[in-house]
Design a protein around this ligand. Sequence first.
Ligand code: 5RP
Length: 221
Amino acid sequence: MNAKQAAAHKAVQYIKDGMIVGLGTGSTAYWAIQYLGEKVKQGMRITAIATSGETERLALECGIKVSEMDAVDHIDIDIDGADEIDRRLNLIKGGGGALLREKIVAAGSKTFIVIADGSKMVEMLGQFPLPVEIIPFGWQHTARHLALLGCQTTLRQKEAKPFITDNGNYILDCQFGPIPDPAVLQQQINNTPGVVENGLFVKMATRIVIGYDDGTAGEFS
Ligand code: 5RP
């Protein structure tokens, strides 16, 4: 079991029969979906809410029942990865481009468990370029406004074209450097016309589960 598998395996132990479960996106969430699929095959009944088209496809392949977000009035536990994590439970997310749905699902969850390998832990957020989802209309204007907040912006590309999110939007990867006050920065970004949502998840996480290469995992909350 590698570090990502160890974190995912530990987090999945919190899922109980009958729960509504948020499923994150990315290579660590992938393992949580696989382990949940095993539990479902052994008879556990859960309903999942997927944070991306890719996650929905994976969950269905694993035999997990997937529902629409608006078909449920709450989510019991959301399990998702992160690109950076600090000791105060703040995150940068969106490396996989799913940050908008990931934030909606996390906000709708009673418990939000973040799973990662140790490389994601940082003293201060900001080395990883902050993903910001923006609407395509006038995106260069939006990028210039965001640059005034003190970052270098790069339009995310896929196969030499702009990367398009599941919501039909673009992603700007914003290199801020150290972010001493994520709560203030997330408000400044979201006040910028053209921005849909940003990848700062400020004190949304309930519990962080970190996996290690020896197959063990630790947690803090
Ligand atoms: C996707 C995300 C992912 O959770 C984040 O990028 C971490 O991915 P991985 O587990 O593959 O390192 O936010 O939008």
